[in-house]
Design a protein around this ligand. Sequence first.
Ligand code: GLN
Length: 188
Amino acid sequence: MKVGVLALQGAFGLHERVLNRLDVAAVQVRTSEELAEVDRMVIPGGESTAISKLLDANDLADPLAERLADGLPVLGTCAGLILLASEVVDGYPGQHCFGAIDATVRRNGYGRQSESFHAPIEIEGWELPFPGVFIRAPVIASAGPEVEVLAELDGVPVLCRQGSVVVSSFHPELAEDDRIHRWFVEQE
Ligand code: GLN
């Protein structure tokens, strides 16, 4: 299995590191040729507006939309969640959201950089909480009926799945805890 990490901007190197720790072949994706080679994909956190513009600059937006529509399994964290959502509130005009998961997100909904925080995340069926790192994180304001909420924080979804699309508003690659990545790559 080859897992692509969208490597235009943001925390892609840390995702690669986690995948390498799990002995999963991780490749950086910056071109449509590289995208065509992968079986799964991680869209990292960073700045969704910048990633969105770079997707256009690299002619990657349409090929990515196509692969997502074909059911490419994808893990989107923070800015990655924003790009996978069906609707973005407080985004930039024209910013891409691919609608891979039926959710509305509010950019920077948890506040600014200085309001970043850590919180233990209780994930259903997991014995120990996951250390959640929230950095200018988006709030999942609503989620459609097909979206499975795997974890909430104060009653707000923070980890969700719809089919093979997994999203988190926090940064699992910043925790010294590989469980979310392992679970993602083990999904059927
Ligand atoms: N606020 C950022 C955005 O709008 C996301 C922050 C993050 O990925 N840590 O894209």
